[in-house]
Design a protein around this ligand. Structure first.
Ligand SMILES: *Cc1c(COP(=O)(O)O)cnc(C)c1O
Length: 376
């Protein structure tokens, strides 16, 4: 929690649950990332947190943007981004969205199938396109599964076809899975991309860009390697495989830029035991799976909690949300402990919740309002 957030919570005591996000920290994270990877161009993955104050700050810093929908493109344009600084990175797009993005001047589009490539050729003629490869997501705490990307063999055919269809075969992308805690998956993916670059050059298609995607992790409950470790591994792999002929390098950080800039303040609704002799207390908060904590699904992302009783004796807990849905349990198996002094009515903070929380909040499930947001 930044000093600015701590002061805001103490001075204003905003009603819970709410997210308080320090936009200065986003700027700091952007600068840290760029100094670790000075050759890369940053395309902020808007879906991580599309709030206007974040987008506006990043526009001011010269960032580009990775948008997943035409609506996200509109958010970027409204924040002052140039259309040329926006990449339409979702490989699954409605025709109407492609048309509107093209008309708005967005010039770069992702795809991973012949069907999508043909849509782009028809509705965004001449656009720069890049093909997304299917890569291993081992080491990612929030993997992106097999939903996106295609094989190296198919990508080769599609990039050749892109040129034939009048599109500009610009480059290749991958995503190693979100909250990626190991560097090896970037290194392996870069090796595959480089082989395909060589292969396509021999077929007469000279690609110019590698998009390394997102995945750069945030410190939650457990330690993670620092961003320098990822940057070193990435640049080492790039020079090893491309030598002096480095392509343009794009990165699409989402979580890394905004995650540790935000804190959710919540209230304890109830602390109780399921049975008299059960040592595990159940702690119910006024935010849960449907209030925005979707990434606790499968206990994947393990947020860190702080309370006003920190430093005192703790005991084992299960932590759940306030709704009447049985799936609204945050942690039951992940061995969380909270202070024994914790009581109904206390405030708790969920640290580093600036990414993938506000937009995952449901609309009035059980009557609860979507998460309140304060950008300071
Ligand atoms: C979600 C997403 C990102 C951002 O991923 P993080 O793990 O938050 O950095 C980047 N690129 C694409 C294509 C995505 O879908």
């Amino acid at each position: 929690m930044t000093p600015k957030i701590a002061a805001y919570l103490a001075d204003h005591l905003p009603a819970t649950p709410c997210l308080v996000l320090d936009v200065d920290r986003v700027e700091q994270n952007y600068r840290t990332l760029l100094s670790a990877l000075p050759l890369a161009r940053v395309y902020y993955a808007v879906k991580a947190n599309p709030a206007a104050p974040i987008l506006e700050r990043l526009v001011g810093l010269g960032s580009s943007f990775d948008a997943a929908s035409f609506e996200e493109i509109e958010f970027c344009l409204a924040a002052g981004a140039a259309p040329a600084a926006i990449s339409y990175g979702n490989t699954i797009k409605k025709v109407s969205a492609i048309q509107r993005a093209h008309a708005a001047g967005v010039g770069m589009f992702a795809f991973d199938s012949i069907e999508e490539l043909e849509k782009l050729a028809e509705h965004a003629p001449g656009a720069r396109v890049y093909c997304r490869l299917l890569v291993q997501n081992d080491g990612a705490e929030w993997p992106l599964s097999r939903k996106f990307g295609t094989t190296v063999e198919t990508a080769r055919e599609l990039m050749i076809r892109a040129g034939e269809l009048g599109l500009d075969p610009y480059g290749l992308s991958f995503h190693v899975g979100s909250q990626q805690t190991t560097t090896g998956s970037y290194e392996t993916a870069i090796g595959r991309v480089a082989m395909l670059f060589t292969d396509l050059a021999q077929a007469g298609v000279k690609l110019r860009m590698v998009n390394l995607g997102g995945g750069y992790p945030v410190r939650y409950r457990d330690e993670i390697p620092g961003i320098d470790r990822f940057a070193d591994a990435i640049m080492h792999a790039m020079t090893q495989h491309f030598g002096n002929d480095l392509p343009e390098i794009l990165i699409e950080p989402g979580r890394f830029l905004v995650g540790d800039a935000g804190v959710v303040s919540a209230e304890v609704v109830l602390v109780c035991h399921k049975a008299k002799d059960d040592p595990v207390r159940w702690v119910y908060l006024d935010i849960g799976r449907f209030g925005g904590l979707a990434e606790t699904e499968g206990e994947s992302i393990k947020y860190r909690f702080t309370t006003g009783h920190d430093g005192s004796e703790t005991g084992p807990v299960a932590i759940a949300g306030p709704t009447c849905d049985g799936a609204d349990i945050l942690y039951e198996r992940a061995n969380y402990r909270l202070p024994l002094a914790l009581r109904s009515g206390d405030r708790v903070q969920l640290q580093s919740t600036g990414a993938y929380v506000t937009t995952y909040a449901s609309q009035r499930f059980n009557g609860f309002a979507p998460l309140a947001e304060y950008y300071i």
